[in-house]
Ligand binder design. Structure first.
Ligand code: NI
Length: 168
């Protein structure tokens, strides 16, 4: 297994729209294992393939306290949405930045598991937020896109400054 480099906003590669996974082979399983390792090490509760410059519809999630409930969503599709909730979100591609985003309170998502078998989850609360956030990544969207242009400028400046400090 290996830690994968995570793309940082405003990297243009975060805008690439992911294509469906078609082949369920050892290479895919290695990619999934590497993404889990990268997510747990960060640490984070979700990681979309887009964020590690792999442009297929693949997401790994674990919102459990004990980090023992790994969830793999392949070619996911939200088929039902209900209610609304506002949660303070962060993102491994937008380090040190947190902001409120409004999302559906409950989503039903259909997807394939790592063996290519069709699955369905009815999620609410944090898991629902996480699923919606990660699905956005596969569509080339980042959570700061929901902020005002002014706030987005502040985010870019903060990240520029952080990168300069790290380089120094
Ligand atoms: Ni994210």
């Amino acid at each position: 297994m290996a830690l994968l480099p995570i793309l940082e906003y405003p990297d243009e590669r975060l805008r690439i729209v992911a294509r469906p996974v078609e082949i369920f082979d050892a290479a895919l399983h290695r990619q999934i294992a590497d993404m889990f390792e990268t997510m747990y090490a960060a640490p984070g509760i979700g990681l979309a393939a887009t964020q590690v410059d792999y442009h297929r519809q693949l997401i790994v999630i674990d919102v459990s306290e004990e980090k023992d409930r790994p969830l793999v969503l392949i070619n996911p599709n939200i088929v039902e949405k209900e209610g609304s909730q506002t949660c303070q979100e962060g993102c491994l591609s937008v380090p040190t930045v947190f902001a409120d985003v409004e999302r559906a309170e409950r989503v039903v998502v259909e997807f394939l598991d790592r063996e290519g078998k069709a699955q369905r989850i009815d999620a609410s609360g944090l898991l629902a937020v996480c699923i919606q956030h990660e699905l956005d990544h596969l569509a080339g969207k980042v959570f700061v896109d929901y902020l005002s242009p002014l706030k987005r400028q502040l985010v870019k400046r903060k990240l520029d400054k952080r990168r300069r400090q790290q380089a120094a």
